[in-house]
Design a protein around this ligand. Structure first.
Ligand code: G4P
Length: 528
């Protein structure tokens, strides 16, 4: 591999995720994006309530039943001369930890807004994360085939609530039944919408120039109104500025209908032209650039039993620098072991196939037999560790009990594997044989019970338990830690990765423990 080849491969990659409130249209957009990537020949109908077909990125029964996306999957597809990686983020608020970690693995985001509703809560939370990391954001105002809110008002709302400037790139002509298409401000062209073509790539009619007399007939009566509106808009709205976009301060705004497959390609054009190529990432020692030749990457997600036919666990690794080649040796930095990897996976629209090579910006799936944890770094020999991939202390706790006591081993195995994914955590108190499940959101308990049943054939029930919070504890001095272990024995437990954790029945109890043991660190988040 030459430096030139590496720069070329890295330079054509864009890795992004969609952030949106449930129902805004993330799944539908994902399908259309894949359709453009020619990964699917005809896009299925969202969640297939009507057609019986499912979006390929939704694979779990639970997701289908509940109509939410629980897991993160990865899709790679070509777009013109670029290569796009789309990471699917779980939409439900109970999965915010998982979403947070997924956003550490992308270089830009697409924010999808239901234009009939405007900015909704979940979008606000996700934008907080994007802003914290200064991730560049593109915006798609969806559902223009319905009666939507005033576009100016929508942009004002984004600016005021999400604190990011809006620069319209396209502008809608009409809405609902009268939706005619959009005017592209930068290309000075009108792109006409035809309804009923949502399943295929449309060849839209394009009329060059706002003054073009063709518009008067094509838009029957709307043309004059459009010209006036655009004049006003140009005076009032922000112009697109690449630097501000890259700094996460300004978002280019597109209008369209994902269901009608209109406008998604305009957004993809913008994404592949402006969104950052694979960005550097910080380690505990130094910052690693994507064009460095040595391979490096970090694991941001682990998923058990991804494919019922394969029954395995997959660790998703974002390549930060260099190139993965089939059969290469990598150092698993946390364990210090060098491992040969010959069967990494890629996820093209949900179908798995072995990758021969992958480059910085790509995601690969590593088969995990229990040795890989979220946050782990892999390199070509350098002992560095990527930072900023946290685990959050759970806020809800339940004791889990078996219906059939003979399945204790299965239960423990299932819980440990599911906790590796980071969605729930399992704690084993030092003082007894309880198994305590901790989660950040209620829905995770149901997900775990259902997965234990289908994937591990264990029937388990939850019981309330008197736990208010948990903290990971450590201390640089081994003796002090040992003494603390004795004194606080009844409140201590081991988590899924055998890390010592303080389980507090009340917040007051936690506070007292902290005061009594000032040399012990009680941590709310744990970097793996
Ligand atoms: P999500 O992943 O963000 O939760 O949203 P999803 O794509 O599942 O879309 C939510 C609903 O909005 C779906 O309807 C979908 O068909 C609809 N939708 C998405 N984009 C558009 C659009 O551009 N125009 C219109 N009119 N609707 C759109 P549903 O009622 O949940 O499913 P179904 O009954 O239509 O199958």
């Amino acid at each position: 591999m030459t430096d030139k080849q590496l720069a070329k491969e890295v330079g054509k990659r864009h890795t992004f995720a969609i952030i949106s409130h449930p129902d805004a249209g993330k799944t539908t957009i994902t399908e259309k994006v894949l359709l453009f990537g020619r990964a699917l020949q005809t896009a299925g109908t969202v969640k297939g309530k009507k057609s019986g077909q499912h979006a390929k990125s939704d694979w779990m029964e639970m997701e289908k039943d509940r109509g939410i996306s629980i897991t993160t999957s990865v899709m790679q597809f070509p777009y013109h001369d670029k290569l796009v990686n789309l990471l699917d983020t779980p939409g439900h608020e109970d999965f915010s930890e998982d979403t947070y970690r997924t956003l550490t693995a992308v270089d830009s985001c697409l924010m999808v807004i239901d234009a009939a509703k405007g900015v909704e809560d979940r979008t606000i939370k996700l934008m907080d994360v994007a802003r914290m990391r200064e991730t560049p954001v593109l915006t798609f105002m969806n559902k223009l085939d319905r009666d939507i809110r005033d576009p100016i008002e929508l942009m004002d709302e984004v600016e005021n609530i999400l604190k990011i400037s809006c620069a319209p790139i396209t502008w809608p002509i009409g809405q609902g039944k009268q939706f005619k298409g959009v005017y592209h401000l930068l290309n000075d062209e009108v792109i006409l919408y035809q309804s009923g073509q949502g399943h295929t790539i449309q060849k839209s009619r394009v009329i060059k120039g706002l003054d073009n007399p063709e518009l008067d007939t094509a838009l029957d009566g709307y043309a004059e109104e459009l010209r006036d509106e655009i004049e006003l808009l140009k005076a009032a709205a922000n112009e697109f500025d690449l630097e501000e976009f890259l700094a996460g301060q300004l978002t280019p705004v597109y209008f369209g209908t994902a269901l009608g497959n209109f406008g998604v390609d305009h957004m993809l054009d913008g994404l592949t032209e402006w969104a950052p190529t694979p960005q550097p990432r910080a380690t505990d020692q130094r910052t690693i650039e994507s064009t460095e030749s040595g391979f490096s990457g970090f694991v941001f997600k682990i998923q058990a039993n991804m494919d019922p036919n394969h029954r395995d666990r997959v660790a998703f690794l974002r390549i930060v620098s260099g190139k993965y080649e089939k059969g290469m040796k990598m150092r698993h930095v946390r364990t210090g072991k060098d491992v040969r990897i010959s069967d990494a996976l890629t996820f093209l629209a949900g179908d798995r196939s072995a990758v021969e090579e992958a480059w910085a910006g790509d995601i690969i799936g590593l088969h995990n037999h229990g040795t890989i944890q979220i946050g782990d770094t892999f390199t070509q020999g350098e002992d560095v560790k990527f930072t900023g991939i946290p685990n959050f202390a759970p806020e809800l706790f339940r004791r889990i009990r078996l219906k059939d006591p003979l399945k204790a081993k299965q239960l423990q195995k299932g819980l440990l594997q599911l906790s590796e994914e980071g969605a729930v955590q399992v704690f084993r108190p030092l003082k007894n044989n309880d198994l305590i499940v901790g989660a950040v959101g209620m829905l995770q308990f149901d997900v775990v019970a259902q997965r234990l049943k289908t994937e591990y054939k264990v029937d388990a029930v939850y019981e309330p338990i008197n736990v208010a919070t948990a903290r990971w504890v450590d201390c640089a001095d081994a003796r002090t830690l040992e003494q603390f272990r004795d004194k606080a024995h009844d409140n201590l437990a081991l988590d899924g990765g055998d890390n010592l954790t303080y389980i507090a029945p009340t917040m007051v109890n936690l506070q007292m423990a902290q005061e009594r043991h000032p040399d012990i660190a009680f941590r709310k988040t744990r970097e793996h």
